[in-house]
Design a protein around this ligand. Structure first.
Ligand SMILES: Nc1nc2c(ncn2[C@@H]2O[C@H](COP(=O)(O)OP(=O)(O)O)[C@@H](O)[C@H]2O)c(=O)[nH]1
Ligand SMILES: [Mg+2]
Length: 306
């Protein structure tokens, strides 16, 4: 075991933010020692992960900001991981009404880090599982992960969060009728933000109807109206999140389900890494020349040779 990585790990465990920031950089960029750092992580940590997803501009960062304010009063230690190219947590975007975010940069109970997204359209960072696990290693009560909802990413966040919040805004309007079934499944709590705007009530009612229908005799997914800029509904949302986390802790299957989800994705990534795309194209070009070329036979033998 490398001594410097061991020391870094101890510092992270002790709550040293600088060490944590360095650790994240090491993992994010797969720098020297990143694997040994990951190999030291413990699985039974108390920090719980809350995922906040939704379309760009829905107010996710504003909600996170308001929740930080709310939970600071309860003396909670919180980490925020923002995976959002337009996130106000990005230093470059600390402009205008977003400047207020900076108030937390020097707070010893709040750690904020923004990550680059995997693709131009947003989505999750390639190393989000590993980084979230690393952040959990530090003594936080909660780890909030903000992600822009673009297709697959909402589902991915659900695979690593103990509680997933889906944020919608009145502008979503009738889209709710066509809400992807996947979204209904992953949301543990719905938030109708910008409740100060026209259409919020309609959206709220529609969502309530949908969650009611979906629940059958089971528990309905809560729908909470917030106006994050005015700090309305935030206390209620904060309480609902903590309530959900507590309730969920008593379901042992949930832990295994989350672990399996993460394990599956890590295996996929590791296996894909071994594939040299250039080599594949080169060999494919040769094979495709042959009269008896068969793509499926080629794929099978290519994989077998890895
Ligand atoms: N009217 C209104 N505007 C809001 C509310 N919450 C956020 N906003 C504004 O919506 C814009 C996008 O917010 P932001 O938090 O950056 O959205 P994100 O992309 O989902 O993180 C900002 O200009 C916010 O000030 C709200 O409850 N009501
Ligand atoms: Mg944001």
């Amino acid at each position: 075991m490398r001594k410097d990585i061991k020391l870094l790990h101890e510092q992270i465990r002790a709550g040293n933010f600088l060490a944590l920031a360095r650790g994240i950089t090491i993992v994010e960029n797969e720098l020297n020692g990143y694997e040994s750092l990951l190999l030291q992580l413990h699985e039974n940590r108390s920090a719980r992960v809350v995922g906040i997803t939704g379309p760009p501009g829905a107010g996710k960062s504003t909600i996170v900001n308001a929740l930080l304010h709310h939970w600071l009063k309860e003396n909670k230690k919180i980490a925020v991981i923002a995976v959002d190219p337009s996130s106000p947590f990005n230093y470059g975007a600390l402009l205008g009404d977003r400047i207020r975010m900076s108030e937390y940069y020097n707070n010893p109970n709040i750690f904020i880090r923004s990550l680059a997204t995997r693709g131009a359209l947003g989505g999750l960072s390639g190393k989000i599982i590993e980084i979230t696990d690393l952040v959990k290693e530090a003594p936080f009560d909660l780890v909030l992960v903000e992600t822009v909802g673009v297709g697959q990413s909402e589902v991915e966040i659900a695979g690593l969060a103990d509680c997933t919040i889906v944020t919608l805004v009145p502008e979503a309007g009738d889209e709710v009728q066509t809400l992807k079934a996947g979204i209904m499944e992953i949301a543990n709590i719905f938030v109708v933000n910008k409740a100060d705007r026209d259409g919020a009530e309609g959206l709220y009612r529609n969502l309530r109807m949908l969650t009611h229908e979906r629940a059958g005799l089971g528990t309905e997914t809560p729908v909470i109206k917030t106006s994050a800029t005015e700090n309305n509904g935030i206390d209620l949302l904060g309480g609902e999140i903590l309530g959900f986390l507590e309730m969920q802790q008593s379901i042992p299957e949930k832990r295994l389900q989350l672990l399996s989800e993460k394990c599956w994705r890590l295996i996929q990534e590791q296996r894909m890494k071994k594939i040299d795309q250039k080599k594949m194209v080169y060999e494919l070009a040769l094979a495709a020349e042959r009269n008896d070329f068969n793509l499926y036979a080629f794929t099978r033998s290519f994989i077998a040779a890895i």
